[in-house]
Design a binder for this molecule. Structure first.
Ligand code: SF4
Ligand code: SF4
Length: 416
């Protein structure tokens, strides 16, 4: 039958792979198994085989594609500029259409509908907070239990969506913040740091009420029509702002691809999107944000795949940490995925755990009990494996603490 949807990998896209194999040593699933079918090249060949009618979207194909983490380490090193992330999403869209198993239908609803519904996320957060407070993780399905232990305390802090804040320096413009589906209720202190820093640099910050989940998790799992619907809603919600900021690397990477998900208007919006680490590092370089001279010791730097591989942002988190007074410590020159990978930790718990343990060992070897990670999934994965002796935080949170401390000496500079 071949492919049946408009999302399918195209011949032009697949032809960019010249099968050189340079990506193989960078691929976590190939490194774990040594199997060609678990490599980027093998997966692209499987996609081509279906396109040319030599294979079907059957159980074998599903296994080859679903074992992929979507980390895009292969894409970052590919000399042929193969758009691996795009064709992977296309292959997953085919699977979701041609293999609509009960699990995939449930995921379509959760990732494509429920996460975009604030009432659902609020209710789920309230239940999760009770489970967390009672320590009753035994009631959770085994697949989500470990990820759950990596959650921050669900403190019921105030959310940011619908709010705005005035600048406390010479005006630079208006920045809009993506609240995110779970960033707002689960990681609100990252938003607090982001809003605080943008205001301190001169931005008026708006968190538009009409926005929704960015759609990354739906897109990665193949639920294309839901991802398009969310993208269109966000394009309308974020119209007219000078700058659009996301403080979860997976979200900023996806917003930058709205040209695919929402056409020309999506492309125009994508040009104004930046990850918070890019923005803050530039504001530090411009002297709009300060540098701390107080040494704070080493910090292990974990590079989220969707920051390093998908957006090619490497130096910015390190610049921010240095400006906070930390000494960044490299933990993994190969920048392998930590195994969180969105829903992968739940769908493929064994592989996720194996990769997570390797990353946790690298952190331990770095000799720092503070870890910086710019993506919530990676943060939860690391916290669940490192335990309470380690602090895992977003780089902008660590920097914001330093800025507030500096402002303590000059109180008028920062209005929290
Ligand atoms: S995906 Fe890129 S790096 Fe990998 S085999 Fe194909 S051309 Fe080579
Ligand atoms: S996205 Fe990651 S896991 Fe998937 S083929 Fe590329 S390097 Fe391998």
């Amino acid at each position: 039958m071949g492919y049946v949807t408009a999302e399918a990998p195209t011949r032009v896209e697949l032809a960019t792979c010249v099968q050189c194999g340079l990506c193989l040593p960078h691929c976590p699933t190939f490194r774990l198994t040594g199997l060609e079918t678990a490599s980027p090249r093998g997966r692209l060949m499987a996609m081509s085989a279906v396109l040319e009618g030599f294979a079907e979207v059957d159980d074998v194909f599903v296994e080859i594609i679903d074992f992929c983490l979507g980390c895009r380490a292969c894409e970052a090193v590919c000399p042929g500029l193969t758009p691996y992330g795009r064709v992977l999403e296309g292959a997953r869209a085919e699977i979701a259409t041609q293999h609509p198993t009960p699990s995939r239908r449930l995921r379509r609803w959760v990732l494509g509908r429920a996460l975009a519904t604030r009432g659902f996320v609020s209710a789920a957060t309230a239940v999760a907070a009770v489970v967390q407070r009672l320590g009753a993780t035994w009631i959770l399905p085994a697949a989500v239990r470990r990820s759950f232990t990596g959650l921050r305390p669900l403190a019921g802090r105030e959310r940011w969506i619908g709010r705005s804040a005035e600048p406390v320096a010479d005006p630079l413009g208006t920045a809009a913040l993506l609240a995110g589906c779970v960033m707002d209720p689960w990681f609100s202190s990252v938003h607090e740091a982001t809003v605080g820093l943008l205001r301190r640099a001169g931005y008026r910050v708006v968190v538009p009420e009409a926005q929704t989940c960015c759609g990354a998790l739906a897109a990665h799992d193949g639920h294309a029509s839901e991802a398009r619907r969310m993208a269109r809603r966000n394009v309308a919600a974020f119209a007219g702002f000078d700058l659009i900021v996301a403080d979860a690397a997976g979200c900023s990477a996806h917003l930058k691809e709205y040209g695919h998900w929402a056409g020309d208007v999506g492309g125009a919006m994508a040009e104004r999107v930046r990850d918070v680490t890019e923005v803050v590092a530039e504001l530090i370089a411009d002297g709009r944000l300060p540098r701390s001279e107080l040494p704070r010791g080493p910090v292990a730097v974990q590079d989220p795949c969707h920051l390093r591989h998908a957006q090619r942002v490497v130096e910015a988190p390190r610049t921010i940490l240095r400006a906070a007074g930390y000494e960044p410590v490299e933990i993994d020159q190969d920048a392998m995925c930590c195994g969180a990978a969105g829903t992968y930790a739940i769908l493929r718990p064994d592989t996720s755990l194996e990769l997570g343990r390797r990353k946790a060992d690298q952190v331990r070897a770095a000799g720092s009990t503070v870890v910086a990670s710019a993506n919530p999934g990676c943060e939860m994965q690391l916290r669940s494996l490192l335990g309470p002796a380690y602090r895992v935080a977003h780089p902008v949170e660590l920097y914001w603490e330093a800025v507030v401390e500096m402002a303590g000496r000059v109180p008028a500079e920062v209005d929290r």
